[in-house]
Design a binder for this molecule. Structure first.
Ligand SMILES: NC(=O)c1ccc[n+]([C@@H]2O[C@H](COP(=O)([O-])OP(=O)(O)OC[C@H]3O[C@@H](n4cnc5c(N)ncnc54)[C@H](O)[C@@H]3O)[C@@H](O)[C@H]2O)c1
Ligand SMILES: [Zn+2]
Length: 349
């Protein structure tokens, strides 16, 4: 059993979960799942972990559109009406949306009740369930409300990936790719070779993320390198949220990494061959969409939002080679605009 702090993974996670729940002396167990994970994942859990069978189940609609304060309010009301007390445990069974919402709901309810994560998507196993960040979107702005609160346990078992679509697998791969690009050239090489098992990629990603989070749990310094691809990526994700071109988080981050690598190249932080490596990893594997002038304008505004400094510059995390990243790099509007032009040339638009 690989154990990193409170993170457990292996085929043995269900029995570890069982003993955790039995030992925990919690007054109530509440499972939070979404409309997919309640049918695809909860039955697997209930079959393999007797202690979870006595949990009450709360179900939310699936998808980023429901990662809102309204969903949280409904959950808080339900918990309160059901007189769920401070010694209860919230068990989040789902992808990153469920772990983000569940962590936030638990960290605020009665000033904080314990919660654990049982991530079921690749993205949540490798990334979202780890590190303590939780929260919700505010209108079209991603993750504007939230806390950094650590789960009491994270039980990772890749058995759940059996029902995950190819699109959602690629979605999770994008975050693992990001980790390689910012922190581990060997991981990038392994992904290029495409021979490494998903379990190994998940473990590697979790270990790398935990090492960074431990150095800077409150996101004041080095943890910001995890935001590589996310300044542009979040803006792109927000721009298309609720439209027919809506992108998954990892899909938007993949495009974001390409645009931000172009900025790094223009700032002479990376060389041509390094930019080419990023292009080769992203262009064939993700939908690199074309952006109209109006969309580019909207994305640029979203990127500048609340991060604007003097002279219309923002601070970004940009790679300095394959496997290294620098945070707080100043980027101006002209550099962003130029990167969009180059991006369109690269994708052949
Ligand atoms: N807190 C963090 O550190 C962090 C890091 C990265 C991403 N995130 C957040 O994570 C979210 C994206 O996570 P996600 O991609 O997991 O989204 P998600 O939770 O919406 O899951 C994706 C879809 O897959 C379904 N699903 C999940 N597991 C399944 C399974 N085993 N079988 C079948 N269907 C399954 C879900 O119902 C959903 O429809 C975003 O909101 C992003 O902002 C948070
Ligand atoms: Zn992300």
């Amino acid at each position: 059993m690989a154990e990193k702090n409170n993170i457990l993974f292996d085929t043995d996670t269900f029995s570890k979960l069982n003993s955790f729940l039995k030992k925990g002396k919690y007054s109530r167990l509440i499972v939070l799942a979404d409309s997919n994970t309640v049918t695809e994942c909860y039955p697997i859990l209930a079959k393999n972990c007797a202690a979870i069978q006595k949990a009450d189940i709360l179900e939310i609609d699936s998808g980023e559109a429901f990662k809102t304060l309204d969903t949280c309010k409904e959950l808080w009301e339900t918990l309160s009406e059901a007189r769920v007390d401070k010694n209860s445990l919230l068990i989040n069974v789902g992808g990153g949306v469920v772990t983000d919402i569940g962590g936030f709901v638990a960290s605020v309810y009665k000033r904080g009740i314990d919660f654990i994560h049982i991530p079921t998507s690749l993205l949540a196993m490798a990334d979202a369930s780890v590190g303590g960040k939780c929260g919700v979107d505010l209108n079209s702005l991603k993750n504007q409300l939230g806390t950094i609160t650590q789960a009491k346990g994270i039980f990772i078992n890749s058995v759940f990936l059996g029902t995950l679509s190819q699109r959602h697998l690629a979605n999770g791969i994008a975050e693992i790719l990001k980790m390689g690009l910012i922190a581990d050239a060997k991981l990038v090489k392994a992904m290029q070779d495409n021979k490494t098992e998903l379990d190994t990629l998940i473990k590697k990603n979790v270990a790398l993320k935990m090492a960074i989070v431990k150095k800077d749990p409150h996101d004041k310094g080095v943890r910001k390198i995890l935001n590589f691809g996310h300044t542009a990526g979040h803006a792109i994700e927000s721009c298309f949220m609720g439209t027919e071109d809506e992108l998954l988080h990892g899909e938007a981050i993949a495009i974001g990494m390409l645009i931000e690598s172009i900025i790094a190249f223009d700032k002479k932080m990376i060389k041509t061959n390094e930019l080419q490596t990023v292009i080769d990893l992203i262009k064939p594997n993700y939908t690199v969409m074309e952006f109209s002038e109006a969309e580019q304008e909207k994305i640029k505004e979203l990127m500048l939002h609340d991060k604007k400094n003097k002279n219309d510059t923002i601070r970004m995390s940009l790679i300095t080679k394959i496997g290294a990243c620098k945070f707080n790099v100043e980027v101006n509007v002209a550099q962003i605009q130029k990167a969009f032009k180059t991006y369109h040339l690269i994708i052949g638009a």
